[in-house]
Design a protein around this ligand. Structure first.
Ligand code: NAD
Length: 518
């Protein structure tokens, strides 16, 4: 564990004594500026998915410890919100420097706990680093507005104010980027924060918290509690937490959105995905095949923006044959191995689920043209590896199409026209991203206009178009950001929790109506 760049947050002494006992170190909570051992007897093993080695153990935080973390955040709020924004953003300037300094250590920790290749792990940190850089401009981002003489002799202005204690609940697939979507922007805009990392790979969050404190973040501004459903429910129910940013599966996201909104909280719920690529007959073959393979199998398909379905317009056979050859060339191995293109999936359960969904496709009439289920990686025979898998002749009624697989599996479908392809994409219940590969500007424009997805991209001479924003700005805004197709499936918060005049958050919104437009 020490070699994996782990556990300054569980202290060198912990690591040494754990090694003597030959038991893995227990990850600590961060409460009021102290890294503290949980009193809970219960914990979950953090397992290296390439080797099954237990890297560390995550405590199931007790209710008292959770309350202590929220109390620390609440206590820190008054002085932190009154700290000049220039001082707050200066801490982010320092933090981005420290993240750059430690990027290799962070990446090694991510590869050890999550399994992705070191290169992908560096990308994970780098994407989060960009949000920290963004937060360095908070003095400008937080500016209000002024309208002169809105009525005779009356001017009106809007001010962006922090809400108070905010919380973040993270998934396993980007252990650095997603915590960095959340706390840097939240705290730099004057909020205090309680973060719950994924119980599967908490290490990067802890290292980032250490760096944030080294950068000068005052005690209590950022707190971390570990656990699973119980601590999440505590976050949803706690009266002192004003807003939640969640990233993860639909199941958890819908639960959290409903439960927290019922308590009058603002909830940002970024959930599951089924991302499509439409391939027109005129698409440039090399660029297209390289992109399909990288987007479909990179990070073992465990990206919210991973490509899961390819819709070929016209005859798909030549494309599928080539795709198989490109996919076979990928090297599957532990993320630390040089030249690895994809590592293992996160857990044995995840592998079993992926294999079950592949099998269900076959049983409902699809063709398995590349089967990665039985791959054995020399030296890592116990790893949760699934090799690149391609399923052809997929229909939209199949379970493998309806469910998010979240593994290195590409589904291939066929459409007779662009209209039909767009209809297939738009009918899918998920809507994170969709892309088109074509050399026709007309087709690209039609796709951009008609596709219903959070991110639309075109691979032509027209550059990427993106209309999806993730990071969390919990200041004065009554908003719920979800995948564009998700709201219809979500339970709406009870109207009273939003509209009641006694709800202080609503007063806030009314007072600041002018600023709540994005
Ligand atoms: P997950 O939903 O299992 O876990 C996410 C978090 O929710 C964890 O912290 C977990 O402890 C908690 N949790 C899980 N089930 C819960 C429940 N029933 N009640 C309360 N809390 C619960 O997600 P994951 O497997 O860690 O991550 C993969 C998922 O995240 C995929 O569906 C992926 O598409 C999605 N994701 C979405 C985005 C996005 O921006 N839309 C980005 C990354 C990942």
């Amino acid at each position: 564990a020490a070699a994996a760049g782990l556990c300054r947050y569980s202290t060198a002494a912990d690591t040494a004594s754990a090694m003597q006992r030959s038991s893995p170190p227990r990850v600590r909570n961060l409460i009021g500026g102290e890294f503290v051992e949980s009193q809970s007897d219960a914990s979950i093993d953090v397992i290296n998915p390439a080797t099954q080695e237990v890297v560390s153990r995550v405590p199931l935080t007790t209710n008292e410890e959770f309350r202590a973390a929220v109390a620390a955040a609440k206590h820190a709020f008054p002085s932190w919100r009154n700290t000049p924004v220039t001082s707050r953003q200066r801490i982010m300037l320092k933090l981005q420097e420290l993240i750059r300094r430690d990027i290799d250590k962070l990446a090694l920790n991510i590869t050890t706990e999550q399994g992705k290749t070191l290169k992908d792990a560096q990308g994970d940190v780098f994407r989060g680093l960009e949000v920290v850089e963004h937060a360095c401009g908070m003095a400008s981002l937080q500016m209000g507005e002024f309208v002169s003489n809105v009525a005779h002799g009356i001017d009106t202005y809007s001010v962006r104010e922090p809400l108070g204690v905010c919380a973040g609940i993270c998934p396993f697939n980007f252990p650095a980027m997603i915590p960095l979507w959340m706390f840097p922007v939240a705290v730099t805009s004057g909020n205090t924060f309680v973060l719950k990392p994924s119980e599967k790979d908490p290490g990067a969050s802890m290292m980032l918290a250490e760096l944030a404190m080294e950068a000068g973040l005052p005690d209590g501004v950022l707190n971390i509690v570990h656990g699973t459903h119980d601590v999440v429910d505590n976050i949803c129910d706690d009266e002192d937490i004003k807003a939640i940013s969640f990233v993860g599966s639909n199941r958890a996201g819908m639960h959290i959105y409903g439960r927290a909104a019922a308590k009058g909280k603002r909830v940002q719920s970024n959930m599951g995905a089924k991302n499509h690529a439409v391939i027109m007959p005129d698409a440039s073959p090399d660029a297209t095949l390289n992109a399909l393979v990288a987007a479909g199998f990179g990070a073992a398909g465990q990206r919210c923006m991973a490509l899961s379905t390819v819709v070929f317009v016209g005859d798909s056979k030549p494309w599928v044959d080539e795709l198989i050859e490109h996919a076979k060339a990928l090297k599957v191995s532990a993320g630390v191995e040089p030249g690895a293109d994809l590592g293992p999936v996160i857990s044995r359960e995840a592998k079993e689920r992926i294999c079950r969904l592949i099998q269900s496709g076959l049983e409902s009439g699809a063709r398995l043209v590349l089967d990665g289920r039985n791959i054995v990686v020399p030296g890592y025979e116990d790893g949760n590896f699934v090799g690149p898998t391609i399923i052809a002749d997929v229909k939209n009624s199949m379970e493998c199409y309806e469910e998010e697989i979240f593994g290195p599996v590409l589904l291939c479908m066929q459409a007779d026209s662009l209209d039909e392809a767009i209809k297939i994409v738009n009918q899918n219940k998920y809507g994170n991203g969709a892309s088109i590969f074509t050399t026709s500007g007309v087709a690209a424009r039609k796709f951009q206009n008609e596709i219903e997805a959070g991110q639309a991209s075109t691979m032509t001479s027209v550059p990427f178009l993106s209309i999806h924003s993730h990071y969390f700005i919990p200041i004065n805004q009554c908003r719920c950001s979800v995948n564009p197709k998700a709201p219809a499936h979500l339970p709406l918060p009870p109207p009273d929790s939003i509209t009641s005049p006694s709800n202080p958050l609503v007063k806030h919104c009314v007072k600041l109506r002018l600023s709540s437009s994005y």
